[in-house]
Design a protein around this ligand. Structure first.
Ligand code: FAD
Ligand code: UDP
Length: 367
């Protein structure tokens, strides 16, 4: 009766289901949580869209993907400009002339560059091989010590010398007074939240959605009943960890509703010292320039993933990437299961990359 079973009603599963339904396929979507939209889920409280699983800012330079997502929601003009709080000192992010001026008193790009060059000399021209070396090479030792080292070690639970360099290259370094966290051409927050996007994607007569259903409660039956399965959960869990466990990082979110209009003056404040137990505080109303009487904040704590926790981040170091490759081989041999998304591909994907990967997956399937 169905052409596909999609496991997971997150962004990857929803784009896939939507696109194949438009091509006449019949799809069943199962989701183990009690709601759709995966980690981009937002819900309204006190008139504020709360990003339940962490701050989500959509950004891309790919016009096709921007147009694609704009079919499902209108986006506002939000530009992400988080600030860092290091023991009460406030610095602009990403690392730019405002950051360099506050830290060193430098005014021109040449002065900032000279300061960075002086500090990165400790590397003696070595090609960076880990996150610590990469960070020092990009911005020097002062910024590394105040804004990167402790935040990163809280976030990943490992010394920066044991983390891959690419993680810190996600952040722009600029010799301009520009606090935009992203370099992308298009950026914004969907007015009214993200959940509507997934709702609209799944709203099709050829798509049936069931929440509160765990694939693993009935795995063998699903494998028998469906000609093809798209699996967006953890790839190692799918294979019952038979080659070993991949590592993930989990999070704990602590929400507070406060009887005040404006708590921190910005949507995202990162706490970059080691003593503050959380990594960042999100004040949700600022994503949509809200002026409600109350405000809702979320403290985000990073933690080691254990079975039963939500696996928010893959830990893409050499050991895990190598193990993932072995799982990918098993996946290939499995034949009728397509793995996708952040957990199925075990990749630190942002939303635009998930949409791109899902659209590519549909092309591979149907073209
Ligand atoms: P998910 O959203 O995880 O969806 C997978 C779904 O599968 C989940 O709903 C899960 O419950 C379900 N599932 C898993 N196993 C089973 C099972 N056995 N049975 C049934 N269902 C199952 N991206 C950006 O572009 N900008 C940002 O600002 C940004 N901020 C982020 C902040 C945080 C804290 C995090 C964690 C991520 C952020 N991202 C951001 C990334 C973004 O969340 C992901 O790219 C995107 O949500 C991944 O979609 P997905 O469908 O692959 O995975
Ligand atoms: N990072 C940092 N200090 C900050 C913000 C980020 O050192 O104030 C580093 C940290 O290692 C983090 C990485 O940059 O894991 C990527 O940051 P991003 O904001 O992209 O992380 P995400 O939103 O995906 O958690």
């Amino acid at each position: 009766m169905y052409d596909y079973l999609v496991v997971g009603a997150g962004l990857f599963g929803a784009v896939f289901a939507h696109e194949v339904a438009l091509k006449g396929k019949k799809v069943k979507v199962i989701e183990k949580r009690n709601h759709i939209a995966g980690n981009i889920y937002t819900r309204e409280e006190e008139g504020i869209q709360v990003h339940q699983y962490g701050a989500h800012i959509f950004h891309t330079s790919d016009k096709e993907i921007w147009d694609y997502v704009n079919q499902f929601a209108e986006f506002n003009r939000y530009t992400n400009s988080p600030v860092a709080n290091y023991k009460g000192e406030i610095y602009n992010l990403p690392f730019n002339m405002n950051t360099f001026n506050k830290l060193w008193g430098v005014v021109t790009p040449a002065e900032a560059q000279a300061k960075i060059d002086e500090q990165r000399a400790v590397l003696n021209g070595k090609t960076p091989e880990n996150l610590e070396e990469q960070a020092i090479s990009l911005v020097g030792t002062d910024i590394y010590e105040k804004l990167i080292k402790d935040y990163t070690e809280k976030q990943w639970g490992k010394p920066t010398t044991e983390l891959p360099a690419f993680i810190i290259r996600r952040l722009p370094v600029r010799l301009t007074y520009d606090n935009n966290y992203f370099n992308d051409t298009y950026q914004g927050i969907p007015i009214g939240g993200y959940t509507q996007i997934v709702e609209k994607m799944l709203d099709h007569e050829s798509i049936d959605v069931e929440t509160n259903v765990d694939f693993f409660a009935n795995k063998e039956q699903y494998l028998k009943d469906f000609p093809k399965i798209v699996f967006t959960g953890m790839i190692d869990e799918f294979f019952d960890y038979e080659l070993g466990e991949l590592e993930y990082r989990s999070l704990r979110f602590q929400n507070e509703t406060l009887d005040m209009e404006n708590y921190q003056g910005n949507a995202v404040v990162n706490y970059t010292d080691a003593d503050t137990p959380y990594t960042r505080i999100i004040e949700h109303k600022h994503f949509e320039f809200g002026n409600q009487a109350k405000t809702i904040i979320t403290k985000e704590y990073s933690k080691t993933w254990e079975k039963g926790d939500e696996p928010y981040y893959p830990v893409n170091n050499d050991r895990n990437n190598h193990l993932y490759k072995s799982y990918k081989k098993l996946a290939y041999e499995q034949g009728n299961v397509i793995f996708g998304g952040r957990l199925g591909h075990y990749r630190y994907y942002d939303m635009h990359q998930v949409i791109g990967a899902a659209l590519q997956c549909v092309r591979n399937e149907l073209d």
